[in-house]
Design a protein around this ligand. Structure first.
Ligand SMILES: C[S@@+](CC[C@H](N)C(=O)[O-])C[C@H]1O[C@@H](n2cnc3c(N)ncnc32)[C@H](O)[C@@H]1O
Length: 352
């Protein structure tokens, strides 16, 4: 296929995921209004300038995604990766799960877990129905539905946003050019179901990859998912990111995607300090998370309501939190900030 045709196919593929996400959100809010007689959700019209700006930012993200593939940061095949099997298997369950999700949201029940879920031993801030998810992060069903729900929320742009860590990751590893590719160690903190690790594997086929997360169910899913891809299986460990179970100065790079907005401020600082501890001198730490208030004034009203609409208790504080200051406090330097669509990236170096 010629490059122009491949690019066009990629853009069409992404736009169709975007339309699918929009259609799902519209249909589900209509259905909610039909079956929930007590509380009618007013679909707030999003101002045209916000929609236009969002579409422009999405187009820019897809352009950068294509360019990074063209210059070999990762293979072009990655652009078309989609969990089709999970999609057909679990999409009906996303719908079946919705009524109990609405019910919990309507009655503001934010810490509800079924009896078979063991909630002991986790930090209290974690025992939440984040995004109103049934059983929070602590069940196999939640792990099976998570990627689909994120696809819907971001209109299919979650992986393009995750992929924006790959170019700075590879650039950061250049200081270790004397180390053989197999000796390079990269840790993904709060790896969830393993999508970021899969993308890192595509960019660094020989590196030793590691992932941690607090959720046993998400780690099981990650293990199943990552077992299907070629290359050495990443080593996955259940751990609180506030107490990373690794030696000091162990990793050439550490990444974390979509974690920080789900942490209270003190935990955010602690995770940064732990990431600093386990990163080698000269190594890189990359955070990818939501944009913040100062990055996107046009999204301000969406950000204002996000914590409530999606039950994200720490999101509001995150949107104004000074992560640069936190990174510098831990000892990181040369902090580079980038913004792509709805995500923000902090690329920090540990002094050599
Ligand atoms: C929004 S998900 C992001 C998952 C994944 N990084 C991704 O890109 O989809 C947040 C993840 O952080 C994990 N998590 C939250 N608090 C944590 C903590 N203190 N330590 C380790 N993992 C945590 C959750 O279990 C969940 O898998």
């Amino acid at each position: 296929m010629s490059d122009t045709l491949t690019k066009l196919t990629y853009q069409t593929f992404q736009q169709s995921k975007n339309y699918f996400g929009l259609a799902h959100k519209l249909l589900s809010s209509r259905l909610k209004n039909i079956i929930s007689a007590t509380e009618q959700t007013q679909i707030q019209p999003i101002p045209n300038e916000v929609l236009l700006k969002a579409q422009q930012n999405l187009n820019n993200l897809l352009e950068v995604d294509w360019e990074d593939a063209e210059r070999g940061v990762y293979p072009k095949s990655v652009l078309f990766d989609n969990p089709w099997e999970d999609f057909f298997r679990y999409y009906p369950m996303v719908w079946l799960d919705l009524p109990q999700t609405w019910e919990r949201a309507q009655h503001k029940r934010y810490q509800e877990f079924t009896q078979d879920v063991d909630i002991n031993g986790y930090p209290s801030y974690y025992v939440q129905n984040f995004h109103h998810q049934t059983n929070g992060y602590l069940s196999d069903l939640s792990a099976n539905l998570y990627d689909l729900q994120v696809e819907i929320l971001f209109g299919g742009s979650a992986d393009p946003m995750r992929r924006r860590i790959l170019a700075p990751l590879k650039e950061g590893l250049e200081v270790f050019s004397d180390v053989s590719p197999r000796q390079i160690r990269v840790l993904d903190v709060a790896c969830g179901t393993g999508r970021t690790l899969k993308l890192i594997r595509a960019a660094l086929p020989k590196a030793s990859l590691f992932g941690t997360d607090l959720s046993p169910a998400y780690l099981r899913k990650a293990n199943e998912f990552l077992s299907q891809i070629p290359g050495e299986l990443p080593q996955l460990l259940q751990a609180n990111a506030e107490e990373l179970p690794y030696l000091d100065n162990y990793f050439h790079a550490v990444t974390s995607v979509f974690l920080f907005h789900e942490l209270p401020a003190a935990a955010r600082q602690q995770v940064i300090e732990q990431s600093y501890r386990v990163t080698k001198p000269g190594g890189t730490f990359i955070i990818c998370d939501s944009v913040q208030m100062s990055d996107s004034p046009e999204m301000e009203s969406l950000m204002e309501s996000f914590h409530e609409t999606f039950h994200e208790p720490y999101y509001k504080h995150y949107t104004t939190d000074n992560l640069v200051e936190r990174l510098e406090k831990a000892g990181f330097e040369n902090i580079d900030i980038r913004v792509h669509f709805m995500s923000k990236y902090f690329i920090a170096r540990k002094p050599a």
